[in-house]
Every structure is written in structure tokens, then in C-alpha cells.
Write a protein that binds this ligand. Structure first.
Ligand SMILES: [Zn+2]
Ligand SMILES: [Zn+2]
Ligand SMILES: [Zn+2]
Length: 248
């Protein structure tokens, strides 16, 4: 829902700490001239403006919940400028939902109104966008499998409630793990802070960052309690990852 939550007067929602202002969860991966956006939620336009992003090579979608795809129409200026369709990667369920929600963007009939020019591409086991090699993997979001992405030493997971064994095996040897940790109290669709810490303890990345956080967590207070190798991330945080090149 983002923080502040509409109409909420709690200490985190009214906090002056900018790290307690949380737009809907997304990430930008930049490496050797290639820029990839992960998820395109309703806050995407504000996020891209804030970080002066002028070009995107592809969008990777994790799943079709509105907080992750609701901003897709705002990709329009990018494709109007280049004239080329923007690749949207995701699993079959996600892409079906995108084509349904933004059906006008996929209508071949000519139109006087501007539309984003999008090309949906179903995930393969391993693929590349420009200089970045990508391995998608499945995590569970309640009963539904959704997609996480590994980029060599970096993995990005949002909206997981559990990681299947096969995925745990594919996430060994990470330098940096970005993973969701909603709050302290249990939720049927999202990992809690303790559950996320349990996964970090098993996978042992050099550093983990928690994302997709509610107003239950105050940034500074939560991070004081957390170990230095697993900390809450904040909007606009930039993380350098060594060796993002294609993995052998
Ligand atoms: Zn609140
Ligand atoms: Zn979700
Ligand atoms: Zn979400």
C-alpha cells in the first residue's frame, strides 16, 4: 500500500525519517550500459522521475498484483521516443493478466491516442537483456508460484511467503540477496522479518536487504535490532554488486 498508508497516523506513517517513506516495491538494475526495471507498480512514474531514468531496455515482472504492474501505462514516453516495443518478461499467468488489464496497448487497430508499445516475452530458463544475464526462479506467494530473478551474484525476491527447495538450491553462493520482509506478525502471503532472516541464515549471502515493508517497521529501530548482514532497504538506496557479469 506504500507508507504513509492513506489515513494512518501511526508513528512510522508520520515519521520525519525519509527512509520510512516507502513507495511500492520495485528495483532498477544497471550494468554495462543496460538498464532493467523490475516491476512497474503505480508509483513507477514518480520513482523513475526521482532517479532521472531516461531509458529502459526491458521490464521483468514478478507477478500480476496491481502494486507490481499498475504503472505499465506510464511506460508510454519511453516507447514513443524509441518507436521500438519494450520487452516485458514474466510467466504466462502474469503476461496474460497484463494483456487483459492493458488490452488497448495490444490492440493492432490504429488509434489516435498514444499507447505504450509493449512486447510480452515468456520467461526462459536463462536469457539475457543486453549485458545482463538473467535466471528466473519460482517462489511461493501464498498458494501461487511467482517469479524471482537471479543476476549472477545478485538475487531479487519480492512477495514470497516460502521458497521451494529447488529454488533454495539455485540461490547458493550469492553476494547480495534482496528479499521481502513485510512485518513482524505472520501474513498468509508474505514472509515476516523472522522468516526472511531464516532464509538468509540458510543461504548465507554476504549481504541481504529487506524490501516490501509495511508501516509496522520503523527503519532505524528495526535495523538496530537486525544483524548487519540483513538490513531493511530504503527507497532510492543504491547497491553496488561486484561481478554482475554473466555467470559461468
Ligand atoms: Zn501507519
Ligand atoms: Zn503480491
Ligand atoms: Zn506486492
Amino acid at each position: 500500500m506504500g507508507v504513509p498508508v492513506l489515513g494512518c497516523d501511526c508513528a512510522v506513517c508520520t515519521s520525519q525519517d525519509p527512509r520510512n517513506h516507502r513507495l511500492r516495491t520495485a528495483a532498477l538494475i544497471q550494468h554495462a550500459g543496460t538498464t532493467i526495471l523490475i516491476d512497474a507498480g503505480p508509483d513507477m512514474r514518480a520513482q523513475l522521475l526521482r532517479h532521472q531514468v531516461r531509458h529502459i531496455d526491458a521490464v521483468l515482472l514478478t507477478h500480476a498484483h496491481t502494486d507490481h504492474i499498475g504503472g505499465i501505462d506510464d511506460l508510454r514516453p519511453f516507447t514513443m521516443r524509441t518507436g521500438a516495443p519494450l520487452p516485458l518478461y514474466g510467466d504466462a499467468t502474469t503476461l496474460r493478466r497484463v494483456r487483459h488489464m492493458f488490452d488497448y496497448a495490444f490492440d493492432p487497430a490504429p488509434s489516435l491516442s498514444t499507447r505504450p508499445s509493449l512486447e510480452t516475452r515468456e520467461l526462459e530458463q536463462r536469457f539475457a537483456v543486453g549485458a545482463i544475464s538473467i535466471e528466473p526462479f519460482q517462489v511461493l506467494h501464498g498458494a501461487h508460484p511467482i517469479t524471482g530473478y537471479r543476476f549472477g551474484p545478485l538475487a531479487y525476491i519480492t512477495d514470497a511467503s516460502a521458497l521451494p527447495d529447488a529454488t533454495m538450491r539455485r540461490l547458493r553462493g550469492l553476494d547480495t540477496l534482496v528479499i521481502n520482509a513485510l512485518r513482524y506478525t505472520p501474513h498468509p502471503l508474505h514472509l515476516t522479518v523472522d522468516e526472511a532472516l531464516g532464509i538468509v541464515a540458510e543461504l548465507r549471502p554476504r549481504q541481504a536487504y529487506f524490501v516490501h515493508i509495511t508501516h509496522d517497521l520503523d527503519h532505524a529501530a528495526a535495523n538496530r535490532e537486525l544483524p548487519s548482514y540483513a538490513q531493511l532497504a530504503y527507497d532510492g538506496q543504491v547497491i553496488q554488486v561486484e561481478g554482475l557479469e554473466a555467470r559461468a
